[in-house]
Design a protein around this ligand. Structure first.
Ligand code: NAD
Ligand code: ZN
Length: 349
């Protein structure tokens, strides 16, 4: 089968032939419907060197950590799943036994140091291929919903959902507001989730005019970057500041914007992994502001994301690519030329 393989640090992936994998005990072989190209993949193959790469993320493996597919074959001991049924894949794979994994939060597995990989597509073969294997517990049913556009929900949906859910106490009730910084794969789904879960005023910003236009269609008020941006955002909140900020970029200027517009007792969640630095001081930040980061989400939350999708409340904006064009999808993602999410469909649509 054809697969997009991350072979060498600091080197773009290659499209090569690989043997079709066999499901191990407790695993399922999926025929991949969709594989989203996440900006984190670019960080994985671009930024890490021998010294900085976590051992679990060293090559080589098939990329693709946000996937959907159809059950093709069951490994030993797996029952109750029917060939041809469509599922979303929960990517993170922890030990499965520790307190974190027991609550479906494999992202924070206590035994990560002993795990050979972090997730399907992050250290272990992922879904940027014709077939992939996953533990049966990582499958979230899609029913008869479109499995192709669903693929990004596994990360571009789940990650903002987790961040927003943890911020709901700041968003429930009248007069609340949210700011979404960065309207790419994750940010555009974040705007939709905020609309589906809260009555907050949603403010959004990006450097790309077309991304902001799309966010407006999803109900956001947009404010372009540049002079007066923070003032304009404050105005939209009646001068009180934003009660929950979500930064899907994470460079120093976006963190500074987030901390510059957040309300007293508000919350700032940094999701983008650009590594920007912010100097906190008692006097620099408004009183009682929570400043935090989040990583992906839980299996239970992916079931909730799938339910929102199946109910028609959220739908990722996708641009489809054939398997032959998968490397072009990554090239365009790096160049900032993708609107929403690039999804590779190895078996067509
Ligand atoms: P993307 O490339 O699809 O979108 C990024 C968007 O941010 C683009 O629309 C771009 O125009 C915009 N942008 C870039 N710089 C900006 C700036 N200074 N001000 C305003 N907008 C700006 O990326 P994505 O796949 O949506 O990922 C977003 C970030 O989240 C990446 O850093 C990615 O690695 C990270 N990520 C984190 C997690 C997590 O669990 N924490 C999970 C997935 C992705
Ligand atoms: Zn664990």
């Amino acid at each position: 089968m054809r697969a997009v393989v991350f072979e060498q640090l600091r080197t773009p992936p290659v499209l090569i032939d690989r043997d079709r994998p066999r499901p191990g005990p407790g695993e399922v072989l999926l025929k991949v419907a969709g594989a989203g190209a996440c900006h984190s993949d670019v960080a994985v193959y671009h930024d890490f060197d021998e010294a900085s790469a976590p051992p679990q993320l060293k090559p080589s493996y098939v990329l693709g950590h946000e996937n959907s597919g159809w059950v093709e074959e069951l490994g030993e001991g797996v029952t109750g799943l029917a060939k041809g049924d469509a599922y979303l894949v929960y990517g993170p794979i922890g030990c499965g036994r520790c307190p974190a994994c027991s609550r479906g939060q494999d992202t924070y597995c206590y035994n990560v140091a002993d795990m050979p990989y972090l997730a399907a597509g992050l250290g272990r073969d992922g879904g940027m291929a014709e077939y992939m294997t996953v533990p049966a517990r990582n499958l979230v049913p899609l029913g008869d919903a479109d499995p192709f556009a669903a693929a990004p929900l596994s990360d571009a949906g789940l990650t903002p959902y987790h961040a927003i859910k943890l911020s709901l106490p700041k968003l429930a009730g009248g007069g609340k507001s949210a700011l979404v910084i960065g309207l790419g794969g994750l940010g555009l789904v974040a705007v939709q989730i905020l609309g589906a879960l809260t009555g907050a005023t949603v403010i959004a910003t990006d450097m790309k005019a077309e991304a902001m236009a799309r966010a407006e269609e999803f109900g956001a008020v947009t404010v372009p970057g540049g002079d007066g941006q923070a003032e304009r955002i404050r105005e939209l909140t009646g001068g009180q500041g934003v009660t929950a900020v979500f930064d899907f970029v994470g460079v120093a200027p976006t963190i500074a914007l987030a901390m510059g517009v957040v309300a007293r007792q508000g919350r700032v969640t940094i999701v983008g992994i650009a590594g920007g630095v912010y100097e906190w001081s008692f006097f620099a930040a408004p009183y009682e502001v929570d400043l935090t980061s989040t990583y992906w989400g839980t299996i239970e939350e992916l079931h909730e994301v799938a339910a929102l999708y199946r109910a028609g409340k959220i739908a990722p904006d996708v641009e489809y690519f054939a398997m032959d064009d998968a490397l072009e999808a990554y090239r365009r993602l790096e160049a900032g030329e993708i609107s929403g999410r690039a999804v590779v469909t190895p078996h067509g649509r």
